[in-house]
Design a protein around this ligand. Structure first.
Ligand code: ZN
Length: 245
């Protein structure tokens, strides 16, 4: 649960994350949290206590840390788990072993799971927690975590580099066994310069073979038009990218 004064955002029912930031006032019973809209807060000068502001009661399942904004929170529904692209809100079904979703338009987004969801995902649904089976559970967990890395073929970076100018940076990622990298490819298509962005996770673009199809990088689909090549390079460098030699 969240400590009082934690800054949070709300996941709305359409899968979008609130632009508004809320502050936790108190945890209610039955999984509800009382929140105050940050921009409406007035505090007592002496105690710092919130004395007025717009309050709402939110379901704790829909309350996320403030920095959630670029991730895709996992929502558990009755029969399945889903996550939405943070940009266009396209809905994806999520399996327990998944660590990202791939939006057809906006690329790969890291999933965000609450501690409780991580705990549940690691325990097979049929497993009863008896002492003798504890070791089995541990073993299953390891296998599940290793699975995404081995599921697909490695992306051929030499082939991508030959298409144009490739830039890379390491991405901060919650799963320590996943090496996440963000790439930007500056590529000339029909005489115009474009920028394609994609991520790799342990060297793969996704779990399906089609996710690793490089022909999409030769298409203007999903690419940004670059008006000024030098400006684009400067922006990449400012964002922490380095050119791949
Ligand atoms: Zn999208």
């Amino acid at each position: 649960m969240y400590a009082p004064d934690t800054e949070v955002r709300l996941l709305r029912t359409d899968g979008t994350i609130s632009q508004d930031v809320f502050v936790v006032e108190e945890d209610k019973n039955a999984g509800d949290v009382r929140l105050v809209r940050k921009d409406t807060i007035v505090r007592d000068d002496k105690s710092g206590k919130i004395i007025s502001g717009t309050r709402i009661i939110a379901n704790a399942q829909r309350v996320f840390p403030e920095d959630i904004i670029h991730k895709a929170p996992v929502i558990d529904l009755n029969t399945e788990s889903v996550a939405h692209c943070p940009t266009c809100h396209e809905r994806h079904t999520v399996n327990p072993e998944d660590f990202s979703i791939t939006c057809s338009k906006h690329g790969v987004f890291e999933l965000y799971r609450t501690k409780e969801q991580v705990r549940r995902a690691k325990r097979p649904a049929t497993e009863k927690s008896t002492k003798s089976k504890d070791k089995e559970v541990k073993h299953t967990t390891t296998a599940t975590e290793a699975a995404p890395a081995q599921a697909t073929a490695q992306v051929n970076l030499d082939e991508i580099k030959a298409m144009g100018e490739l830039w890379v940076k390491r991405l901060k990622f919650d799963y320590s066994h996943i090496d996440a990298r963000g790439y930007a490819l500056l590529i000339e298509i029909d005489g115009t310069l474009y920028k394609h962005c994609f991520n790799t996770y342990n060297g793969t673009m996704g779990k399906k073979a089609s996710d690793n199809d490089l022909s999409k990088l030769r298409s203007t689909n999903g690419a940004y038009k670059v008006a000024d090549a030098q400006k684009a390079r400067d922006q990449l460098a400012a964002k922490g990218y380095t050119k791949v030699d």
